[in-house]
Write a protein that binds this ligand. Sequence first.
Ligand SMILES: [Fe+2]
Length: 315
Amino acid sequence: MSNFPVINFEKLNGEERKDIMEKIKDACENWGFFELVDHGIPHDLLDTVERLTKEHYEKCMEEKFKESMASKGLEAIQTEVKDMDWESTFHLRHLPESNISEVPDLVDEYRKVMKDFALRLEKLAEQLMDLLCENLGLEKGYLKKAFYGSRGPTLPTKVANYPPCPNPRVVKGLRAHTDAGGIILLFQDDKVSGLQLLKDDQWVDVPPMRHSIVVNIGDQLEVITNGKYKSVEHRVIAQTDGARMSIASFYNPGSDAVIYPAPELLEKEAEEKAQLYPKFVFEDYMKLYADLKFQAKEPRFEAFKESNFDPIATA
Ligand SMILES: [Fe+2]
């Protein structure tokens, strides 16, 4: 199997731009995932985010997690547990407006640092969206506009810790799923692995790499590109040793944004390929996703085709 794609973002500014764009295109078309290095987010900021996230987990989350998991008696269970994940999480929101000052139990330094981090992720996501437009032959800004709705894109962050697990055979860190949203930027632990993606029916490790940002494609980009880029199933394997940190930020459409395949991509492909994906309001998709996250994505797309499939004519 070919190697997991690692993209040196800095090289986009130099002579190798064409090769890097090609590499991004290949990763989007064939992996749904890639890892960015030299992406411009300062390494010392990433180190501080990591330190404060781990401190926060130890101070405010670890005890609660241990108590809740101990009560489930997982150590004695033999068959796979299919209705829970071995993860401890909390959520923040950066866009359309930040809620970081209202999230309980965070020390001031952590709030400040996460605000700065989210701002930089927003910029990086927007930059990536325009590179995707370029590779897809869409006008610059198309994806951002498609995500806009009435209040602009959203950017929630899920901060997760995957503590050591006594019985990883029966419980996943996080069960397999595709991400519902647009483009996802993940800052993950550089030592403890666990994230895997499904490629050609095989689970492949997403390698931990210091100071990198892992990028993956969500369901909305699959719809807008009419399947040219696909959201890919991934999961987290719980580990017996070491806690894994994972901070995933989701650059998503606004709740009332109407999502549908880009007409330009359909026109180009019209003869050989009909429109494969429906048109819907992002908020409605998320309501469906809330109940069906751990199931295949195709029935989610189908549900909208059945209920309000309205070909592109009304776009
Ligand atoms: Fe995910």
